[in-house]
Write a protein that binds this ligand. Structure first.
Ligand SMILES: [Zn+2]
Length: 280
C-alpha cells in the first residue's frame, strides 16, 4: 500500500476509533448522571421526562411562610362594601399565594423552584373545614363549573398520595401554586372567602398552577401599574412573570379573568393601582 494511502487510512481509522470511544464515554457519563439524579432524589424521578413542571423561581423564598391567624381575624372584621376581593387582602405573596414551610419539594439544589401539574387533570380533594351548608354548596358549584367547562376533574380522594384539602381556618383565602406532592391546603376562611363566588374558583385555579393575570409577562401592553398609589413594600406583588416561566396556552390577556386583581389592589390611598390601557 502506498505510504500516503496508508497514512490517510490510519488517520481515518484513528478518527473513527476516537469518535467511537467519545460516544461510549458520553453514553456512560449520561447513564451515570441519570442514575445519580434518580438516586439522589426519589421525588424528582416523578417529574423526569414529563413536561409537568411549573416554574416558581420568580417568587423566590417569599412564597414560603406560615398561615397567619392574626391577619385572618382582622380580615374577618372587614366590611363587605370594599371593592377588593378578599383574596387580594391577605398578608401573603400577591395577597393569597402561600406554600407553608415544610412543604418544599426536595429538589437537588435545595431551592424550591418548581411545583407540578396534576396527572390526567384529576385533582383528588378532601373537605376538612367547618363550612356552612351554603358554603359547601359554593364549593360544589365551583367543582361543577370546572367539570362542565374544562377538562379538570375534582374527585373525592380515596387513597391518592397527592391531594388538596379545603379548610376553613381563620387565615384568609389562600392556596399554594400547582401540585406540591402530598397533602396541600386550599384555605377558604368562613365566611370571608364566600363573599364572592369567584374567590373559590380563584383559589382552586392557583392549586391547579395558574398565576395572577395582571402579572403575565406581556401585561405592560394591557395595563399600567400606578406605583405612586401602591402601599409601601407592596410593589413586589406586581412583579411580572417571565415568558420563559409561564405559558398562556394561546389565551390572550383577559381583563375579566377571575385571576385578575381589582383596580385598587394594594392601594395605600384608595386610588387605582391598575389602569387598563384599552377600553373593553
Ligand atoms: Zn390569587
Amino acid at each position: 500500500m502506498p505510504a500516503k494511502k496508508l497514512t490517510v487510512s490510519r488517520m481515518f481509522n484513528s478518527s473513527v476509533a476516537m469518535l467511537f470511544l467519545n460516544t461510549i464515554a458520553l453514553l456512560i457519563l449520561s447513564v451515570t448522571h441519570l442514575k445519580a439524579l434518580a438516586a439522589e432524589n426519589e421525588d424528582a424521578k416523578k417529574f423526569v421526562g414529563q413536561n409537568v413542571l411549573i416554574d416558581l423561581t420568580r417568587f423566590g423564598e417569599r412564597i414560603y411562610g406560615e398561615p397567619d391567624q392574626v391577619a385572618g381575624a382582622k380580615l374577618a372584621d372587614l366590611k363587605g362594601d370594599t371593592l377588593q376581593n378578599p383574596d387580594e387582602l391577605g398578608p401573603y405573596l400577591e395577597g393569597d399565594l402561600l406554600i407553608p414551610n415544610g412543604k418544599q419539594l426536595p429538589f437537588r439544589n435545595g431551592l424550591i423552584a418548581y411545583s407540578a401539574r396534576w396527572p390526567g387533570a384529576v385533582v383528588p380533594y378532601e373537605i376538612d373545614g367547618r363550612f356552612k351548608e351554603k358554603e359547601l354548596a359554593v364549593i360544589n358549584k365551583a367543582f361543577k363549573e370546572y367539570h362542565t367547562k374544562t377538562c379538570i376533574r375534582f374527585k373525592p380522594r380515596s387513597s391518592e398520595d397527592d391531594y388538596i384539602v379545603i379548610t376553613s381556618d381563620n387565615t384568609g383565602c389562600w392556596s399554594s401554586l400547582g401540585r406540591l406532592g402530598g397533602r396541600q391546603v386550599v384555605n377558604l376562611q368562613s365566611t370571608l372567602c364566600f363573599r364572592n363566588y369567584g374567590t373559590t374558583m380563584h383559589e382552586l385555579m392557583h392549586a391547579l398552577g395558574f398565576m395572577h393575570e395582571q402579572n403575565r409577562s406581556e401585561r405592560d401592553s394591557y395595563i399600567r401599574v400606578l406605583s405612586q398609589n401602591v402601599k409601601n413594600g407592596a410593589m413586589v406583588n406586581f412583579q411580572k412573570g417571565s415568558a420563559l416561566e409561564q405559558y398562556a396556552f394561546g389565551i390572550p390577556y383577559d381583563y375579566a379573568s377571575v385571576m385578575h386583581y381589582s383596580k385598587t389592589s394594594f392601594s395605600k390611598n384608595g386610588k387605582p393601582t391598575i389602569e387598563a390601557l384599552h377600553l373593553f
